[in-house]
Design a protein around this ligand. Structure first.
Ligand SMILES: [Zn+2]
Length: 234
C-alpha cells in the first residue's frame, strides 16, 4: 500500500479509537497505540491566565481563564489521541508574563505569539468564553482572521459541529463564524480560530460549561472539526 493510503487508514483507525474513548468504550492508552508517526502540530491556546482572569460567570463567579484551561487540555488530549503533536501556550493557571513585566497583558500576548510562531503548526485553536450585556444571548461562536481564507474554512468547520451538537439543540439557533481582527489569529500562516465556547453571562451556558460531561462533548466536537479539516488536505 502506498504511504499516503496507509496514512489514511491509520488515521481512520486512530479517529475511531478516539471516538470509543470519548464514549467510554476504551481506555485512553489503547487509543494512544493507534497514533501514527507522521505527525502534524496543532497549537491549543488557553486564553487569559494569572492576573487576567478574562470574563466572570454571572451566577457562580467562575473565571474564564480556568474554564479556558480545562477546555484547552481536553481539546489537546483528543488531538494527541488522534495522533497530533500539540503545543500548548499554557498548561498552568498563571499568565505568560514575568512578575517584573510592567505591562503584563502585552508581555503575555507577545509570548503567546512567540509560541505560535515557533510551533510551525498546521492549525491554531484559541479557547475562550464569551459575555454579553443581554443575559439571554447564548451559544458557541467561532472567529477567524478577516484576511485568512483558510482560517475562514477552519472556522466554518468548527462552527458547523458546534451548531449541530450544541447551538441548534440547546438554543434553537445557529451562529455563522465571524471575521475578527485579533492578535492571536495573525501569528502564523496556519489557519487559526478563536472558539468562544459559550456565554458566562447566560445561566444555561454557564451551568453547561461547569459540567464536565458537557465540556468533554464540546471538546470532542472541536476535535472532530479540526481533524476533519486537517485530514482533507492529507
Ligand atoms: Zn477571553
Amino acid at each position: 500500500m502506498e504511504k499516503r493510503g496507509l496514512k489514511k487508514v491509520l488515521k481512520c483507525v486512530a479517529v475511531c479509537l478516539v471516538t470509543a474513548v470519548a464514549f467510554g468504550a476504551l481506555p485512553v492508552a489503547a487509543a494512544l497505540t493507534a497514533a501514527y508517526d507522521d505527525s502534524v502540530t496543532v497549537v491549543v491556546d488557553a486564553g487569559h491566565g494569572g492576573a487576567d482572569g478574562g470574563v466572570t460567570g454571572k451566577d457562580t463567579g467562575v473565571k474564564e481563564s480556568e474554564l479556558n484551561l480545562i477546555m484547552a487540555k481536553l481539546v489537546g488530549e483528543f488531538l494527541e489521541s488522534g495522533g497530533y503533536d500539540v503545543v500548548y501556550t499554557r498548561k498552568g493557571s498563571g499568565g505568560l508574563y514575568r512578575a517584573t513585566d510592567s505591562n503584563k497583558k502585552s508581555a503575555d500576548m507577545q509570548r503567546r505569539g512567540e509560541i505560535i510562531r515557533e510551533a510551525d503548526a498546521a492549525a491554531v485553536i484559541s479557547m475562550h468564553m464569551n459575555t454579553f450585556h443581554q443575559r439571554s444571548r447564548r451559544g458557541a461562536q467561532v472567529f477567524f482572521d478577516k484576511s485568512s481564507e483558510q482560517g475562514r474554512a477552519l472556522a466554518e468547520a468548527v462552527q458547523r459541529e458546534l451548531n449541530a451538537g450544541f447551538n441548534l439543540p440547546d438554543a434553537g439557533r445557529e451562529f455563522a463564524p465571524l471575521a475578527a481582527d485579533k492578535y492571536i489569529l495573525r501569528q502564523s500562516a496556519a489557519p487559526a480560530v478563536i472558539v468562544e465556547c459559550g456565554f458566562l453571562s447566560n445561566p444555561s451556558d454557564e451551568a453547561h460549561l461547569l459540567d464536565a460531561d458537557y465540556r468533554a462533548r464540546l471538546a470532542y466536537a472541536i476535535f472532530l472539526a479540526v481533524d476533519g479539516f486537517l485530514s482533507e488536505g492529507a
